[in-house]
Write a protein that binds this ligand. Sequence first.
Ligand code: SAM
Length: 283
Amino acid sequence: MEFWYTEEWTENVRFSIKVDKQLFSEQSDFQRVDVFESEEYGKFLTLDGLMMVTYKDEFIYHDMIVHTPMATNMNIKNVLVIGGGDGGTVRELTRYPQIENIDMVEIDKMVVDASRKFIDICACKLDDKRVNLYYEDGVAFVKNSKDKTYDLIIVDSTDPIGPGEGLFSVDFYNDCYRVLSDDGILVNQNESPYFDFNAKEMKRAYEKINNLFPIAKVYQAHIPTYPSGHWLFGFASKKYDPIKDQNREKWESLELKTKYYNSDIHVGAFMLPQYVKDMLNEK
Ligand code: SAM
């Protein structure tokens, strides 16, 4: 008998992957955590029936959420990751020798434990000596952090439902602004512009951030296993413009060998389709 993982992208659209084996399935205090093995996408992790990472396309998301801010300010030393329990964001950050400290705040320890066991492609650098893991709510963590502590905050969260909801609120963004240094950068996963539910959330998050930060932009990537395959990230800063301040030469001198990100896509990712610009009221 065939076994398919099926995710509801909208009430009328579903996305399915043929599964060879289910490796893990448990309910945590926050969400249902599942890990599957498949021929097409390799192993993949889902939370409450929503795709988080697959072996085949995780590199796209993690490249874009990390290298875009890192290539904009090459002096980032102190980083806060909120969510990111699979470890992929931390893995990419640990490739930068100039980073001295990475605090990762994940609400659900079960996601980290399951990733360490089954999603080693992402979790492989969680024991780097610069990494400190905190198992608590990112909203409270940022509220209790001192002013101007971090050079970069990456919000690597689930969607704005369940535990991730507070990570899309004005209060949370206000606290992020406060705990970022004067040249700090905030990057967040910002949903898809394509289907109505995600688009509404994307627009709301962008508007809140745009009201706070002098520089607020949206950039995109093609992520085949996320709803519609067209995914957006938010970039906000008190000082840096991701295009004008892109440090192409210095970033390339690191010779990091990425699979998706490069200096050209850094620029191209900020060139948005007209329907997305219209949603954001950009000219
Ligand atoms: N790449 C993924 C995506 O966009 O689908 C995100 C991956 S990562 C697994 C998301 C993590 O955010 C989850 O492990 C979840 O437990 C965590 N998370 C959700 N709400 C949180 C909160 N309030 N504080 C800290 N972590 C949170």
